[in-house]
Design a protein. Structure first.
Ligand SMILES: [Zn+2]
Length: 82
């Protein structure tokens, strides 16, 4: 996937990324359930892209998490009827 280095909201190029965000916080929901390793207490890893100009945050599942997406981990592929 080609990564966009400009912000889709404001068009600015003051965009930063962090690759090691855990998808499960201490008090919040697990945003990527079923996709973490067995021993990970912080959930699957996410990449967060943040625009320093307008504050838009974009979240992307890590490649490791994406490899586990499927019905066996509770993820249902959307169709036009859903
Ligand atoms: Zn922006």
């Amino acid at each position: 996937m080609e990564r966009q280095t400009t912000c889709p909201e404001c068009g600015g190029d003051n965009v930063f990324a962090h690759n090691e965000i855990g998808a499960r916080g201490g008090y919040g929901p697990d945003l990527l359930p079923g996709l973490s390793g067995i021993f990970s207490i912080y959930g699957a890893k996410m990449r967060v892209v943040l625009c320093k100009d307008c504050g838009l945050m974009r979240f992307y599942a890590s490649n490791e998490a994406l490899a586990k997406v499927g019905t066996e981990t509770g993820w249902v592929r959307l169709t036009e009827n859903q």
